[in-house]
Design a protein around this ligand. Structure first.
Ligand code: NDP
Length: 287
């Protein structure tokens, strides 16, 4: 009886001693948000704008980026600008970071959020697609991190990596996508260990998201997934809170992400079964 009781007391003490989020934490911070022309990235840009950050956003579609920048300025961003291009090109990934250096004079937070287009269906054996997706969803994250590290060390800043439940557990119908998200966990969790050993004061927050109501996700998975998507604006805010508080990992929403993962090491087959049971399998196909 005593041990669980002590555990509860310790857990309560740990959570109550944790710092709370305040929007001022991000005021005046220089932030890059990738994949910010739509979806969760766009919503993060708007929250950052309301909090008074300097924002540099990127994606491929210039017309959408222009509109997001205009809205950010209306919402109160300290400054807002964009660079358009594709993250298939590592030189472009590095160019975005150089642009932050030139225009903002440094960087406090690098939010890696973009994701390349993939299919939602049985793995089709296309190795070229896996390679391309690894370049967009993984290698460009690495390239941007490497370029941004001197500035982030200087500011004792933060790296935010937007990942997924599909990057922690095997999900059907997203084989190439899952592979890229697992790779992010391996790279950034190892890097975090090295930062700790070398006393590099740059936080790395890995964000584990469930199903979110962005157009892309609802279009791709809405018919197959027997679950309600969570709101993207709330998700974006939770990511920023976790980042500002320099959390190791952020789980959104906790009940559908962190709790199921507790099963992973002890009852993996049960978790696999529970994951499969969330799909309406009669509709599963290719493409
Ligand atoms: P969206 O599809 O809404 O946004 C993706 C962004 O990436 C867009 O701004 C898109 O802009 C950009 N992008 C796509 N391809 C490229 C490219 N080749 N080069 C540069 N930018 C590109 O995605 P979400 O908002 O749904 O997802 C955001 C993050 O959240 C992703 O990392 C995703 O894996 C993660 N996530 C989302 C979930 C969900 O249910 N929505 C669930 C779990 C994780 P453009 O087309 O203009 O280039």
């Amino acid at each position: 009886i005593l041990i669980p009781f002590l555990g509860l007391v310790l857990a309560f003490w740990f959570y109550s001693a944790r710092e709370n989020f305040k929007p001022e934490m991000l005021k005046g911070k220089r932030v890059i948000v990738t994949g910010a022309s739509t979806g969760i990235g766009e919503q993060m840009a708007y929250h950052l704008a309301r909090m008074g950050s300097h924002i540099l956003i990127t994606a491929r579609t210039e017309a959408k980026l222009q509109k997001v920048v205009e809205r950010c300025l209306e919402l109160g961003a300290a400054s807002a600008r964009y660079v358009s291009g594709t993250m298939e090109d590592m030189a472009f990934a590095e160019h975005v970071v150089k642009e932050a250096e030139a225009s903002l004079g440094g960087l406090d937070m690098l939010i890696l959020n973009h994701v390349g287009t993939s299919y939602f269906g049985y793995f089709d054996g296309d190795v070229g697609h896996v390679r391309k997706l690894l370049e967009i969803n993984f290698l460009s994250y690495v390239a941007m991190t490497v370029s941004a590290l001197p500035m982030l060390k200087e500011s004792e800043g933060s790296i935010v990596v937007v990942s997924s439940m599909a990057g922690k557990v095997g999900f059907p119908f997203t084989v190439p996508y899952s592979a890229t998200k697992f790779a992010l966990d391996g790279f950034f969790s190892s890097l975090r260990q090295e930062f700790s050993i070398q006393s590099v004061n740059v936080s790395i927050t890995l964000c584990i998201l469930g199903f979110i109501d962005t157009e892309r996700a609802v279009r791709a998975a809405g018919a197959l997934l027997a679950a309600e998507p969570a709101p993207r604006a709330e998700c974006a805010l939770e990511i920023l809170k976790g980042a500002a508080l320099r959390r190791r990992e952020l789980y959104y929403r906790y009940g559908s992400t962190r709790l199921p993962l507790l099963l992973r090491d002890w009852a993996a087959e049960l978790l696999d079964y529970l994951v499969r049971s969330r799909y309406r399998l009669d509709g599963a196909g290719g493409g």
